[in-house]
Design a protein around this ligand. Structure first.
Ligand code: SF4
Length: 335
């Protein structure tokens, strides 16, 4: 039996991007060094047809709407036969906020694009300037309005630990993104990639790396803020690739399971709050979590449970999964 709907990614590394953000080396992030063309789109869709019944085509990397219109048209038109026969349900593109206007969005809609991912990265003027982004926060606000105005889905991407950022400014960015009402977000803690301006700044001592520890501490409250208002987090941390794992990520917050570490920290904080709220401190507690969340609550090598036992002087902690709301932690007997 074929799998149901799946995302077919086509990477357009750096294609169309007029910029050189200090952290960016799109070739390393995507694992691809050749810009994709119409032939790659067709090949990807032909392959997808052999394993799934329905798909969504996603153009990631680069700045799609900054590519010359004829190239955009060629990439999008290559997918038309699959749209016509109903295999392709929708198309998404990612781009820079300042490469979006009504005309470009209408063009995308005509070719079946329903979702636009905007690389906001930060809503802090200074952080954006130090990162060489070439746009301010107002570009993201305006682009987000335009995307929603065209009744398209909006996904916002943010980074933590950029030059000039702090945990407080990153959390403030998350709050500003929440106000733009995206249908989803992606959070990318800064990774120092080989050959980037950020690597040079780091080696010269002008930038302090955003470590995995920093990323977990910074992202746990950010993830909490998005999830509390029901905004799905589609990705947390760069997708592990062979290049990144083989040394292209020279420093910063690269960890193949970063998301798991952040969610584990989030569960620790929520368990702490639940235990603190108890009218009296028992000697043993059973933490109730949603189906599939036991490992997040327990932490690697039971680290979360050891912390809680130590902090609250508990003799024993059990973790039980059940039909509880996602991301919540309750205490058995105190529901
Ligand atoms: S805008 Fe995007 S693709 Fe362009 S340099 Fe910056 S991060 Fe890279």
């Amino acid at each position: 039996m074929k799998a149901r709907r799946r995302i077919v990614p086509v990477f357009v590394p750096h294609l169309g991007c007029p910029n050189d953000c200090v952290f960016c080396n799109q070739r390393t992030i995507s694992g691809s060094s050749l810009p994709a063309g119409a032939a790659e789109v067709r090949r990807a869709l032909e392959k997808a047809e052999t394993v799934t019944d329905q798909a969504e085509l996603a153009f990631y990397g680069g700045s799609f709407t900054a590519i010359p219109t004829e190239e955009q048209r060629s990439l999008l038109a290559a997918a038309k036969p699959w749209r016509d026969k109903g295999f392709l349900r929708s198309v998404r593109v990612s781009t820079r906020p300042d490469a979006v206007d009504e005309e470009r969005l209408r063009f995308l809609r005509k070719y079946g694009v329903e979702t636009v991912e905007l690389g906001a990265q930060s809503m802090d003027d200074r952080v954006l300037a130090l990162s060489g982004r070439g746009h301010g926060p107002e570009a993201t606000e305006k682009a987000a309005d335009l995307v929603h105005g065209e009744e398209m889905q909006l996904i916002l991407q943010m980074m933590t630990g950029l030059p000039g950022a702090s945990p407080a400014s990153d959390l403030a960015t998350a709050r500003e993104l929440i106000a733009l009402k995206p249908e989803g977000v992606r959070i990318y803690p800064t990774v120092i990639l080989r050959g980037t301006a950020l690597e040079r700044a780091w080696r010269a001592g002008r930038y302090r790396a955003h470590t995995v520890y920093d990323a977990v501490e910074t992202c746990a409250p950010i993830a909490d803020a998005f999830l509390r208002v029901g905004i799905p987090i589609l990705r947390l941390g760069l997708n592990p690739t062979e290049d990144l794992s083989a040394g292209e990520a020279v420093g910063g917050a690269y960890h193949p399971s970063l998301g798991e570490l952040v969610y584990s920290r989030l569960y620790l904080d929520r368990a702490r709050a639940a235990i603190r709220a108890l009218p009296r401190l028992p000697r043993e507690v059973t933490l109730l979590v949603a189906q599939g969340a036991v490992s997040k609550m327990t932490g690697q090598h039971r680290s979360n449970l050891l912390v809680l036992e130590g902090e609250f002087g508990l003799r024993k902690i059990r973790v039980k999964e059940g039909a509880f709301p996602a991301q919540t932690v309750a205490i058995e007997g105190f529901l």
